[in-house]
Design a protein around this ligand. Sequence first.
Ligand SMILES: [Zn+2]
Length: 270
Amino acid sequence: MAHTVESVIARRRLLGAGAGIGAASLLAGCGLDRLGGGERDGDRAYCVPRSATQRRAGIGEAELAYEENDRAQPFNIDADFARQLDGWLEFFDARAGLGAPDRIRTYGAWIDGSGSCDSWHHSGRALDFARLVRGDAEIVSCRNDLWREAADLPTQRRRYWALAASLHRHFSYVVTYLYNDAHRNHIHVDNGASGAELARFSTRSRTQLQGVQAVCSYLYGLDVPITGRWDDATRAATGRVLADIGVGGSLTDDGAWTALMGAATGAAAP
Ligand SMILES: [Zn+2]
């Protein structure tokens, strides 16, 4: 448990936001994800004790490791959410064309809410992805803080958005570096909004709109500003991608979101 608390504190320090902030607010750090600008109506996180979570050494065939030291270790996580992640990884392995990771580096899943209970991490139903790795090779890095100015930025960014697309297909709430600086070193995912189902698109969801705008820009080369809003440019760009992948219609149609994000998962393959 200590490692998880330290990880939250460490990454706030990394981002220069640690000074003068109490431990309680640091713990709620990824809880910034929890409301998402009013897009989470009706969903409220809650606290569960560690004993209500499952101790997981891996997701699917990939072991879990702590991002800060790259050491394999088990993490506490909600059992149903972990099974959904098993299904997500199977999908990613089959569709991304980037190789199957044997290690997922993470900042953690469940954390002790200590009474605040306002993040899906406190419910064990959230995971922070840092990297997907196979052997010595990095498949995808979520460390935008490390690659944002790198020479291979276009490749890193395409892989990042292919991973993000696969997560957007499976979960309604996926938070990337576009949302705020706290997510420059990880992608947050939780099933607080989508529960046991695949993701559903809402035209009010800033995180989903940022995600689909980035997918249209970086994976499909379309000129669409990243506004986080369901604007004309986004309607046009998503309509074009849906037509290109043989689905047609609007992103608001049933199944269109999962179809687009499923196709985008494979769009960074070499
Ligand atoms: Zn998180």
